[in-house]
Design a protein around this ligand. Sequence first.
Ligand SMILES: Cc1cc2nc3c(=O)[nH]c(=O)nc-3n(C[C@H](O)[C@H](O)[C@H](O)COP(=O)(O)O)c2cc1C
Length: 397
Amino acid sequence: MTTSVAANRRRFLRFLAGSPLFARAWAQQSESVIETAKEGLSLMDFETAARKVLPPAHWGYMASGVDDDFTQRMNREGFKRFQLRPRRLVDVSKVDLKTEVFGTAWDAPIFLSPVGGQRMFHPEGEVAVARAAKAKKTTQILSSATSIGVEDVGRALGSPLWYQLYMPVRWEGTEKLVRRVEEAGCPVLVWTVDLLGGRNLETAERFRRMDTRECASCHATARGGRAPGELPMYKGIEGGFNPPAANWDTLDRLRKLTKMKLMLKGLDTREDARLAREHGVDGIIVSNHGGRATETGRSTVEALGEVVDAAGAQIPVLVDGGFRRGTDVFKALALGARAVGIGRPYVWALSAFGQDGVERVLDILRAELQLTMRECGMPSIQQITRASIMPADTRLL
Ligand SMILES: Cc1cc2nc3c(=O)[nH]c(=O)nc-3n(C[C@H](O)[C@H](O)[C@H](O)COP(=O)(O)O)c2cc1C
C-alpha cells in the first residue's frame, strides 16, 4: 500500500468511526440476518439483509442522505414527537384499511415511492417491484431515473402506473417525455421539485470510494450512476434534467401540457401548498426525498400538518420519509395524509429477496397498521383524526 493510499484509508476509517450511519450498520451486522423474506418480522430486518448483499457504492448511495445525513435521521425522530391516544371498548372485530385516491379505491393507504436505478439493487429492478405491487394491489410510482422503460414496467404492473418526473432542462424534452408517459397510459404525473437546486451526497461519495470494483464496466460515469443519455426515459433528450430556473410559471406550462393528474413531490411548507392549490395542482406529496435533498433538519411528519391545512380538503396530501412502522403510518393519517409512501424499505427487500421481499415488506407494514388501528379503536381509516394522536408540542398540530 502506498503512503497516500494508506493515509486516505486512515482518514476514511476515522470518518467511519464518527459516522452514525456506520455505527448503525455496524450494530446491525452483529445482529442475525434473515435468510428468506418470510423470516422478516419488521421492515428493519430487510435493511440488515440488504447491507449484506449490496456492494459499498450501491449501499452507500441508497442508505445515505445529504450533508451530515441529519434530515434523514430527523425523519425517524419526528415520529417520537407524536403519541397515540387509543380509544377503548370499540368493536374492532373488523378493520378496514381501504381508502380512495383520485376516485380510485386503494386496499391500503400505502404506496411505493419512486426510487431511481433499481437494477443497481436487483437484476429485475423495477419489474420485480411492479410484480410485487401487482400481487399486493399497491400503487407504484415509477422514477424518471428508472433503469427499465415505463412501457415494460407498466406491462409487469398490469394496471395504471404513476410516473415521477424529473423535468428535462429543455422544454421540448419535457414535451417528449410527457407524451411518452401519456402514451404508456399513466394517469398521474408526479413532478419532483426538491432537487432543482442541486444537493450534496457526501456520505454516498465516501462509500463509493470504498468500492474497489470498476464502476465504468456497468455505467459510464464513476460518480454513482448513469449519465442522462443512458437512462431509458431520457434517450434522445438532450441537456440533462432538473432545471434550476423552474418556477411557478413552469408549473403552469406543465399544467397546460397534460391532462394527467398533476402532483408536486417535495413540498414541505404551507406557503407552497397554497401556491400549488392556486396553480391547479391535483395533489401534493410532502417529502424531503428521504433526507436526500435539502438538509432542512425537519422531518416530513412534522411538516405534514401545515401542508394539509393549507392544501384544503379538495387536494389529497400524501407523504413519505422514514416510515417504517404501522404506528408511523397511523400518525400521518391522523395528521390528514391520504396515504404514506415508503422508499428504502422496499429497496432493502428488493436487494435481498427480489419480488418476494417487496411483497413481504408490504404485508408487514399493512399488518402493523391494521393492528395499530385495532389497538386504537379505529376500525376504518376515515375514523382516524387528529384526536387520535397527541403532539409532544402543541405547535405541531
Ligand atoms: C436510492 C433512492 C433513490 C431515489 N430516487 C428518487 C427518484 O428518482 N425520484 C424521486 O422523486 N425520489 C427519489 N427518492 C426519494 C423517494 O421517492 C422517497 O421520497 C424517500 O425514499 C422516502 O423516504 P424513505 O426512503 O425513508 O422511505 C429516492 C430515494 C432513494 C433512497
